[in-house]
Design a binder for this molecule. Structure first.
Ligand SMILES: [Zn+2]
Length: 280
């Protein structure tokens, strides 16, 4: 969809509620049980988020890709937040191979997809060409829209190549992830070049910006000001500022909503978000 004047274009807010790293010891507001996750998504939905980016945890808070847990979470969100877009993560367990896509047969609206490897703070985030192609095939098979996680410029180029040769369905939805230690920093000229490159290689694509840790708010603001969509939540950042822990996912969503107001961007309703992303 093409908007001539993006200041009137609705902004989709994604809330990444849990992730695979932050624990209750880091911030007690991180939802780790299915019940806590459903409640946190519900509050975030009421605050303005329309995509729930979800990971699941074991009882001891360690990350898992257990399809049964994902199914319970999906059911709960559908029941309590009708219309909200459910996005399941295939990225949380680097090294686990095809287990990472075991939940795609649940046919969530969306799933995250990394199309290349890079370094993370303490390890390699490994996405081999074989695994990437297999995950992309499963997403085509189950009609799951991928959100491409771009941790590097090469990931943007690779995603457009995969869309051109039919391995991914167009139009693309690409998320620029910035500020992960040892990967791409939150750098405004690079961010601008990401947008320019994506639009040059894949004109009908939509994009979203996510900043990690102390960069969350800045990348939210850059994205909203530039006509994109944005992601927030405790997965990426557990603080409101350097001295204050975020009290909830909804509090971080509220911060993104306030930024939309500042730039006269309406916050997308779930119906608008589904239209922008070509979802039923
Ligand atoms: Zn995630």
């Amino acid at each position: 969809m093409y908007y001539a004047y993006f200041m009137n274009k609705p902004c989709i807010i994604c809330v990444a509620i849990t992730g695979s790293v932050a624990r209750k010891e880091d911030n007690p507001a991180v939802p780790t049980t299915i019940q806590e996750q459903i409640e946190s998504v519900h509050e975030s939905f009421e605050a303005g988020a329309t995509i729930a980016h979800c990971h699941v945890r074991n009882q001891d808070q360690t990350p898992t890709s257990d399809p049964e847990r994902f199914a319970l979470l999906q059911q709960g969100i559908k029941k309590h937040c009708p219309g909200m877009i459910i996005q399941l993560s295939t990225g949380g367990r680097s090294g686990a191979g095809r287990e990472r896509g075991g939940m795609l047969s649940l046919r969530p609206d969306m799933a995250s997809l990394s199309v290349g490897s890079n370094n993370f703070p303490t390890r390699v985030y490994e996405n081999s060409p074989d695994l990437v192609d297999w995950l992309a095939e499963e997403m085509l098979k189950y009609d799951v829209k991928p959100e491409i996680e771009a941790f590097d410029l090469s990931h943007i180029v690779q995603a457009t190549k995969m869309a051109d040769d039919g391995r991914l369905k167009k139009p693309l939805y690409v998320q620029f992830v910035m500020g992960v230690k040892n990967a791409m920093p939150a750098d405004k000229p690079i961010f601008d070049f990401y947008i320019e490159t994506l639009k040059r290689l894949s004109a009908d694509s939509e994009w979203c910006g996510a900043g990690v840790g102390p960069h969350q708010q800045a990348v939210n603001e850059w994205s909203i000001a530039a006509g994109g969509h944005t992601r927030t939540g405790l997965e990426d950042n557990i603080r409101l500022d350097k001295d204050t822990l975020a009290p909830s996912n909804a509090a971080l969503v509220k911060r993104a909503v306030d930024l939309c107001e500042k730039y006269s961007r309406p916050v997308a309703s779930w119906q608008q978000a589904r239209e922008i992303l070509n979802l039923q």
